[in-house]
Design a protein around this ligand. Structure first.
Ligand code: PLP
Length: 375
């Protein structure tokens, strides 16, 4: 592929820091680089407590343990999302109640949430699609009135904001991903943010296999042992050293991504009126972190035409998600409601190549090829 869909960006310091971690003689988890990463997030975004994890999927699983999900609890989740947003709760026996997106934005439509709440509902998971914030005031208000937990799946939402507040820092929990397709990467990797003080201590125990080992190494207790359920959720120092190199370059990475995002936006803003292609909407309350640039095509036929035209010039553009309520695993468990906006995005949303090293001449090839299909 001349222009791939994604290409992981390296700052150049990753291997230097990994070398340091290896030389230090401590390469298991919760060492110096892990602490540096935690400090970075806690200081830059004011997050109450951060814990690096081996993936966003794992961070979501930790929230499922922390809020004591039990069989038959219900969790409200958008259907237009990655499988992990739901799987973490299904693992504990929860029933997933899928919510629809807005008509003009793939995020969960808060006006559709309240009708889905029952006495068994325990939590709402929101996904900030493309790093664009969900309407968190409305969501937190619903959750507070019904005594529900809110988990922000902020996998795509690093360095993005809702009314000036950093995403991942508003619900009871926020979960981030550093998978190689995200803005900031460590190959595989993630982070749990704990915003509610009541969960801080237990989160650290679950993170360390159900032991109070972290408190022991801080000198807070004189021996450590098994005190709760847990698992091995923490990444090795090799991963956190890689991640720290990326975090040091966050501003540089973000400014390049935003420039590329604006190029696409400007180029497609001037399409003739008869084109039904729609650009991403950024509501007034949301910032844009340039995680991904997408177009909403008129229908699946137009999308296929564009993908094929791009393929012919060696450019890879992709689409997602197969709605979770229609998945092989969940379709027969879904209550049968039609989620028309979710289905529409599944059929018409098209993601364009966007990565740090995409040069502007190549980007122009993508733009011109799409325009040639539309005009
Ligand atoms: C990428 C992604 C995940 C999964 O992240 P991993 O770190 O790969 O586990 C979860 N939810 C959303 C919305 C994502 O985009």
């Amino acid at each position: 592929m001349r222009i791939p869909f994604n290409k992981p960006f390296l700052t150049g310091n990753e291997t230097k820091y990994i070398e340091q971690a290896v030389q230090s003689g401590k390469i298991s988890g919760n060492g110096d680089f892990t602490k540096k990463c935690h400090k970075f997030f806690e200081e830059k975004y004011g997050f109450r407590k951060c814990l690096l994890t081996t993936s966003c999927t794992d961070a979501l699983e930790m929230t499922s343990i922390l809020i004591n999900i039990e069989p038959n609890d219900e969790v409200i989740i958008p259907s237009y999302t990655f499988v992990s947003s739901a799987n973490a709760f299904v693992l504990k026996g929860a029933k997933i109640v899928f919510a629809d997106s807005y008509a003009d934005n793939p995020n969960i439509d808060p006006s559709k949430i309240e009708a889905l709440i029952t006495p068994k509902t325990k939590a709402i998971v929101v996904v900030h699609y493309a790093g664009i914030a969900c309407d968190m005031d409305l969501i937190m208000d619903i959750a507070n009135r019904h005594n529900l937990f809110v988990i922000e799946d902020a996998a795509q939402a690093i360095d993005s904001y809702y009314k000036g507040k950093p995403l991942g820092g508003i619900g009871h929990f926020g979960t981030f991903s550093f998978h190689e397709t995200k803005n900031i990467i460590s190959g595989e990797g993630g982070m749990l943010v704990i915003n509610d003080e009541a969960f801080v201590e237990r989160a650290e125990i679950i993170w360390e296999k159900g032991t109070n080992r972290a408190a022991f190494f801080r000198g807070e207790i004189d021996k450590y042992g098994w005190i709760d359920i847990g698992s091995s959720f923490l990444p090795s120092e090799v991963i956190s050293a890689f991640l720290f190199a990326q975090l040091e370059s966050l501003d540089k990475i973000q400014s390049i991504r935003k420039k590329l995002w604006r190029n696409y936006h400007d180029a497609f803003s001037s399409l003739p009126n008869r084109s039904k292609i729609k650009l991403p909407q950024t509501p007034d309350y949301a910032s844009n972190n340039a995680h991904l640039f997408y177009l909403t095509c008129a229908d699946i036929k137009e999308r296929t035409e564009i993908i094929n035209a791009l393929k012919a010039v060696d450019v890879l553009a992709v689409f997602h998600y197969l709605p979770l309520h229609q998945s092989v695993f969940y379709a027969h468990k879904h209550d049968g409601r039609v989620l028309e906006n979710c289905d529409h995005f599944a059929d018409s949303l098209l993601r364009l190549p966007l990565y740090f090293d995409l040069n502007e001449d190549d980007q122009q090839v993508v733009i011109n090829t799409i325009k040639s299909v539309l005009i």
